[in-house]
Each structure stands twice: as C-alpha cells, then as structure tokens.
Design a protein around this ligand. Structure first.
Ligand code: ADP
Ligand code: MG
Length: 344
C-alpha cells in the first residue's frame, strides 16, 4: 500500500472491476468463461455448462423501503438475478440468498421478504438451495446468486455480434425509470405533508415495471420456437445506451441505433413529458427494464420482423465507425458510457 489515494469515481464501476480483476488468470479447465459477461460459464461436460451470476441490492442505494414493499423487494431481487441467466440463453434452476439485516427489522418483515422470494421461485421454477444470514449495523442488504444450465452450443455471449447484425430489444424501455420518478415524487410530497395521500393514479404500469420487473425467460422460448439463436445477448439493467456499449466493446463492432425504433410505452412517454424529460433519454439512460438486448444475423430478419415481443432498433457496424444514436431528425449523436454527447 502506498500513500496514493485514487477516488473511485475516477475509474467508474466498470473501470474498477477491470482494474481489480485484470491480474487474475483462470487456472481450472472447467472455467469456460469468467468475468465479463452476464454470468460465468462453468463446464460440466463436453456439451453442458452451468451459468452463475451474483447481484447485490443495498437499502438506500438500490431500494427504498418507504415505497418498496418487502414482498416486492424479494421478488425483484430474484428476478433481476435470473435475468442475467436468461441473458446467456440459459435456464435458471437454483438461487442462494444472503441477507444482512439490522435489528430495525422484525421477523415479520423478513417473512414478507421471503414471501416474495418464494413467489419468484415458484413462478420461475427455481429452488432456493442456501445462503447466509448476518447482522448489519443499519439497513438491509440482499445478495443473490443464480445458477442455471445450458447446452454450450446455445450460450449467447456479449462478444458474438458481427458487423451487419440486427440489434433487437424485447418489450418496451424506460418504464421502470419513470415509475421510480413517480414514486420519488410522491415520497417527497409525503415527507412534506404525511396527510396527503400519494397520487399514483394512472401510473400502475410504470410503477409495476419499477417494483415488480420480470426476467424475460419467455423470450428464450419464443426464440427457440422461431429457431433463432442470437449472435450476442445482454440484459438491460443499466439503460439501453450502456448495454449497447457493452455489446459493442465485447464484440468489437460499432452500432447505429434509431430513436424512432425504440419501443416506449405511451404511459412512459406521457409521464416523461410530465417531468419535462425526453422519453428516449429515459430508455437510453434509465435502466432497470430487465428486457433482453440481442443481435441476430440479417438473414433472421423475416423471423423477427413484426414479432410483438421484439423490436429491431438498429444494426451493428464496423468497430471504427463508432456507436451512434440516430435521432428522429436523422442527426447522428455519439453514445458515450454515461449517456450521450452531441456529435460534432
Ligand atoms: P451485470 O450488470 O450483468 O450484473 P456487472 O456489470 O455487475 O454485470 O458485472 C460485469 C462482470 O464483472 C461480471 O462478469 C461480474 O461477475 C464481474 N464482477 C463484478 N464485480 C466484480 C468483483 N467485485 N469482482 C470480480 N468480478 C466482478
Ligand atoms: Mg446483466
């Protein structure tokens, strides 16, 4: 240890992960793929692999119990982990759940949390197989590890996309972020005057998208039925822009994504306008949609076209061409890690 002090913000989340892990070399043949995708891939036979992914949720950072019911929190914590297994085109099968909890919480509160975890286990057909329980000085932390299975030939990495591939997103984007804005607004109103009832009317869809996201395990089934294997795939946890950057960086390609093609629900757009925000910005930078973003060769166009669950939003280009968001006026705006900056 030297006396040098580097601030975390200088590296950012992904820079920090790279920095801390760059000197680790995998020693075991069974480690088929380690750090750098939605889940690690552990070889168990010539043809089969296990997928493993971990996510941690911290009170005050990832959730606020003022508007997040514990039951929903339990459900969401499981769903977001399973989403990473889905992003590898694998079937989630088990989870472990670790909690750190302060004495602020009675047993009944944790029962609620586990009620949500149980519902998710039942809906997604996964087994709770272990975990850890410890005390915390303040607040609640939940760390979940999801384990899944896949045939090696079916696994979709972030790195498989080729120039010319079509970029496809499932569902619609930006809703979870706008749901959060509504919940935050009503929390502020409540803090000002606890006698005022929260006004959540007409915002059910976006609030549900925030409080109860789903892992798109159904999409894997649809893709199989269409006989389409994505060339690359990632789940949208941090916003479309960030995930496109991950696919491009891993696959060494560029991208053109078209504003007019991005699926945004009318309720998301209306709420964004209410907040004086651009709906596309919510989709690009909002996050927590937990939809799947994938690429397919152009030859699959006919199979994907018009599918109600999937929208073709762009195509991959040469790495040297860069990563661009084409706005409704046709101007190309370069996408940057943190959102976007105007292209001069
Ligand atoms: P996701 O958003 O899909 O959950 P992350 O962005 O959290 O993925 O992580 C990217 C990659 O870095 C993953 O392979 C993850 O396992 C790995 N990773 C994240 N944090 C650490 C850490 N502290 N030490 C080692 N690997 C990490
Ligand atoms: Mg992910």
């Amino acid at each position: 240890m030297s006396n040098q002090r580097t601030e975390l913000e200088k590296l950012g989340e992904f820079g920090l992960i790279d920095h801390l892990t760059k000197d680790f070399v995998n020693k075991n043949n069974s480690t088929e793929f380690g750090i750098g995708d939605d889940a690690a891939v552990i070889s168990i036979s010539e043809e089969e692999a296990k997928l493993i992914s971990t996510d941690m949720l911290i009170e005050g950072v990832h959730f606020n119990l003022m508007y997040m019911p514990l039951k929903h929190l339990g459900y969401k914590a499981v769903a977001v982990n399973l989403s990473d297994i889905c992003a590898m085109n694998g079937t989630p099968e088990q989870i472990t759940v670790s909690i750190a909890v302060s004495n602020r919480f009675p047993v009944e509160a944790l029962e609620e949390l586990y009620e949500g975890i149980k519902t998710a286990c039942s809906i997604y057909n996964v087994d709770l197989i272990g975990g850890d329980t410890t005390s915390s000085l303040s607040g609640l932390s939940i760390s979940i590890t999801a384990i899944g299975s896949a045939k090696k030939k079916d696994i979709t990495y972030r790195s498989g996309s080729k120039e010319g591939d079509l970029l496809v997103t499932t569902g619609d984007l930006g809703a979870a972020y706008m749901g959060l804005q509504i919940l935050e607004r009503e929390k502020a109103v409540y803090n000002e005057n606890p006698n005022i009832q929260p006004d959540l009317d007409g915002h059910d869809y976006i609030i549900e998208r925030q409080l109860k996201p789903e892992a798109r395990i159904d999409i894997l089934k649809y893709l199989k039925e269409l006989d389409v294997k994505p060339s690359s795939m990632i789940d949208i946890s941090d916003g479309l822009a960030s995930e496109i950057m991950h696919l491009c960086k891993s696959s060494k390609v560029g991208c053109h994504v078209y504003d007019e093609k991005i699926p945004i629900d009318a309720k998301t757009s209306m709420t964004a306008l209410e907040f004086n925000m651009d709906p596309s910005t919510c989709a690009l930078n909002g996050g927590e949609d937990y939809e799947l973003l994938f690429t397919v060769p152009q030859s699959e166009f006919e199979k994907i076209k018009g599918n109600p669950h999937m929208s073709i939003i762009g195509h991959m280009t040469n790495e040297n061409d860069g990563i661009y968001f084409i706005d409704k006026g046709g101007s190309a705006i370069e996408l940057k890690a943190q959102g976007w900056s105007h292209f001069e």
